[in-house]
Design a protein around this ligand. Structure first.
Ligand code: C2E
Ligand code: MG
Ligand code: MG
Ligand code: MG
Length: 293
C-alpha cells in the first residue's frame, strides 16, 4: 500500500521487504547470544580421493541451531555477522568443537584426517587465529596437522596480502595446510597465486555445475587444474553431485573431491561412523603429540 509522506511525495511500502527486514533484525538479535548459548553446530563433509574414493579428511561447516527456527545454514546468518565481532565468537566455537571431535575420533581409534576450518578475514590478521588453533591443539592433545585452513579470495579485498601473509606463514610453519577456497569467483589475482603460500586450490561448485552442460566451464576447469599442477598445488573440486562430474574431474587430473555424490555434510556422530580405523602404527597416545609443542 502507499502512504502520504509530506504534501507531494508518496512513499511506497513494500510489505514483503519490511517483513524480511524485521525477520533479519530478530535473527541478528538472537545471533548475539548464539555463541554463549552453544547454539553453533559443526557438520563434517569428507574430502575424498577422486580415483579411489578413499577418505582424506573433512571440511567443518557451521550451522546454527536456532531455538525456534531449527538448524540454519551459514547462508542465513553469516551475512548478518559481517562487520561485527560476532564472527570471532562463532569461529572460536567452531575450532573448539572440531578440537573435541578430533580428540574423540582419535580416542576411538579412527582416522579422520585433517579437518579444514573456513577462516574469516578478521582471524587472519594478528594473534587471535593462531591462539585459537594453539589452544585447540594443546587442550585436546592434537597436532597442528590435524587442522587445515580454507580462506576465500575475498580476504584479499580489504587487506593487503602482506598482513595475511604473516599469519599464514606461521600456520604453515606448524604444518597446517592452507586452501584457497571458491577459486575463480572472488578477488584473487594471479599475483596472489604467485606470491601467496598456499597448499591447495579449491575449484568452486559453480564451475563443477557446468560439467556436461557448458563447454566453457569445462575448459576453465581444465585450465585451473593445469595451473594447480604447474604450481605444485593440490587441486580439490567442490560440489560434485554426479558420477559424470567425478569422472570428468578425475580424467582432467584433479586429485581430490567433495560433494553430495560422496557424502553430505553430517553431524560428528554420523560422519565418524564412516571413518576408517587408524593403522596400529599410527596409534599414538592422545597426550604425546602435545609434547612436540
Ligand atoms: P564453502 O566453504 O565453499 O563450502 C561448501 C558449501 O557447499 C557448503 O555449504 C556445503 O554444504 C555445500 N556443498 C557441498 N557439497 C555440495 C554439493 O554436492 N552440492 C551442493 N549444492 N552444495 C554442496 P554450506 O555448508 O551452506 O556453507 C556455505 C558457505 O558458508 C561455505 O562455503 C563457507 O564459505 C561458509 N562457511 C561454512 N562454515 C563456515 C565456518 O565455520 N566459518 C566461516 N567463516 N564460514 C563458513
Ligand atoms: Mg570451504
Ligand atoms: Mg568452497
Ligand atoms: Mg563454495
Amino acid at each position: 500500500y502507499t502512504a502520504k509522506a509530506g504534501r507531494n511525495s508518496t512513499v511506497i511500502f513494500d510489505e514483503a521487504a519490511l517483513a524480511r527486514r524485521l525477520e533479519q533484525n530478530q535473527l541478528s538479535l538472537a545471533l548475539v547470544l548464539a555463541a554463549d548459548r552453544n547454539e553453533f553446530v559443526v557438520h563434517y563433509q569428507p574430502k575424498v580421493d577422486l580415483t579411489t574414493g578413499t577418505h582424506l579428511g573433512f571440511e567443518a561447516l557451521v550451522r546454527w541451531q536456532h531455538p525456534q527456527l531449527g538448524l540454519l545454514p551459514p547462508g542465513r546468518f553469516l551475512p548478518l555477522m559481517e562487520g561485527t565481532q560476532l564472527i570471532r565468537g562463532m569461529t572460536r566455537a567452531v575450532v573448539a568443537t572440531v578440537g573435541r571431535d578430533l580428540k574423540a575420533w582419535r580416542a576411538a581409534g579412527l582416522a579422520p584426517g585433517p579437518v579444514s576450518i573456513n577462516l574469516p578475514e578478521v582471524l587472519l590478521v594478528g594473534e587471535e587465529g593462531y591462539a585459537l588453533f594453539a589452544a585447540a591443539v594443546r587442550e585436546n592433545g592434537l597436532e597442528w596437522q590435524d587442522f587445515a585452513v580454507e580462506i576465500t579470495e575475498d580476504v584479499f579485498l580489504n587487506r593487503s596480502a602482506d598482513q595475511i601473509l604473516a599469519t599464514v606463514a606461521r600456520f604453515r610453519q606448524h604444518g597446517l595446510s592452507i586452501s584457497l577456497d571458491d577459486f575463480g569467483t572472488g578477488f584473487a589475482s594471479l599475483v596472489h597465486l604467485r606470491d601467496f603460500p598456499f597448499d591447495e586450490l579449491k575449484i568452486d561448485r559453480s564451475f563443477v555445475d557446468g560439467i556436461g552442460k557448458d563447454a566453457r566451464s569445462e575448459q576453465i576447469i581444465r585450465a585451473m587444474i593445469q595451473l594447480a599442477q604447474n604450481l605444485g598445488k593440490r587441486c580439490v573440486a567442490e560440489g560434485i553431485e554426479t558420477e559424470g562430474q567425478r569422472r570428468f574431474l578425475m580424467e582432467a587430473g584433479c586429485d581430490v573431491g567433495q560433494g553430495y555424490h560422496f557424502a553430505r555434510p553430517q553431524p560428528a556422530a554420523l560422519a565418524g561412523a564412516r571413518l576408517p580405523q587408524r593403522a596400529a602404527a599410527d596409534r599414538r597416545p592422545a597426550s604425546k603429540a602435545s609434547v612436540a609443542l
